[in-house]
Each structure stands twice: as C-alpha cells, then as structure tokens.
Design a protein around this ligand. Sequence first.
Ligand SMILES: [Zn+2]
Length: 258
Amino acid sequence: MRVNTLKRAAVAFALALPGAAVATVVAAPAAHADGCYTWPRTLSQGRSGEDVRQLQIRVAGWAGYAGVVRIDGRYGPETAAAVKRFQSAYGLRADGVAGPQTFAKIYDLQDDDCTPKHFSYSELDNGCGKGGWSGGPLSSSATRENAVRTMWKLEALRRSLGDKPLYVSSGFRSIACNKQVGGASDSQHLYGNAADLTSRDRTLCEIARSARDQGFSGIYGPGYPDHDDHAHVDSRRENTRDKTANTTDWSAPDCAVD
Ligand SMILES: [Zn+2]
C-alpha cells in the first residue's frame, strides 16, 4: 500500500534524525486514506455494517480448522475469532477488536485495487488465456468479487506457510475454458471461487493440510484423481449459486486430508 509505505518510510527517516522534525511526523494521524477501502471506526462484537463486511472479506482466511467466516456484515464471535487469529499471525495484540493497528496491517497487505499484496487479478482471471471474468454462470462483477475473496484466503494460506510464494496455475474458468481443460461440470473454478496451487518451498500436502485452517471448504490434493501435481482449494460451502451441497469436501488421501 503506497501511502502507508511512504508514511512509514518518512517516520523511520525522521526517527533516524534528532530534532524537531520528529514530533511533527510522529504526530501524523494513524494510517488512513487507503486506495481501496478505509475503515471509519474501530469494530468489535455487536457492530454491523458495510465496514464489518469489508473486514470479514479480509480476515476470512483466518477462520480456523474447518471454519468459515460468514460475510454478512455482522461482527459475531466467528468474526472476532478470525480477527484474533489474524492479529496473532501478524504479531499484533490479539484481542479480537479491529482497531487502528489491525487496519494498518490490512492497509499494508492491501493493494489499491483491493487485492492482497501477493496475489493479483491477472493470476486468477480466465485460465484459458483470454483473461477477464466473463463467460461463467455469474456476472463478471460477482465472479471478480469471489476472486477477491479467494485471494484474501490465499494470502492467509501463504502467511501460514511461512510467507513463501504460492503459484496459481488455474483460477477462474469460463464455461468454455472449463470444458476445454476437462474440469468438473459444476466446478468452483466457474465461480471465481477456486484456485489450483503449487509451490517451490512447500509440498502439496503442506498446502492441503494448512488450507483446512484457512477457510477453504473444498480441498483436493495428492491421492485424489488428477490432483498429484497441484492442490485445489475452494469455498464451496459459501457458494449458494452452484448445484452442489454447501458442505465441506476435502480429499487428499496421500496427505491424510479427508
Ligand atoms: Zn481446481
């Protein structure tokens, strides 16, 4: 996030110098004016609104084992627990209250286009070379919004795996693209809800196992047919537009994920 990065750099620079300039710079307000979204107030249990919904999207990857953070704009116990896990993952005081430090960390992780720092739209858009978000069962904007949610979970997964790069070999697929690659007929890839992952630093089993804590209700990996060369993660439980049941489905038999 450009504004915060510059501000922190300015503070660090000022702190390195003795003199009056320090007071002026340190007195600058807490991080705000983010290019994507700026939270107007501290949030805690009992709050509701669009700002809560925006927060839920960013912490949904910290749902805990087999958990899902509902993106409903209501700050309940599961949102508080996710905020706590987010806070401890990034070395903040883990109190489950989203205040200036929590938002500053989100601004730091967030690009101006609303994607998290280590993932981009171009990595997840139409996998058959055409780019874009059209040609699936949902509107382009709904598909793209699902992809943003997927990316925030991927950012959490990446963090939980020690902040080593994860590579997306397939994200959103249009109906035509999905047919071309032989995807399942009601694949979560059609909805912008799934990613196929590889890594140079972590095994596919490590990815599949960790994904269980990161809000992914669909996981397929080594030992599951056609999944020995990537780990598939998706959010099928939250998908009310598909034909499959809203239940958890994990299968990576070689990794003891089932
Ligand atoms: Zn897949």
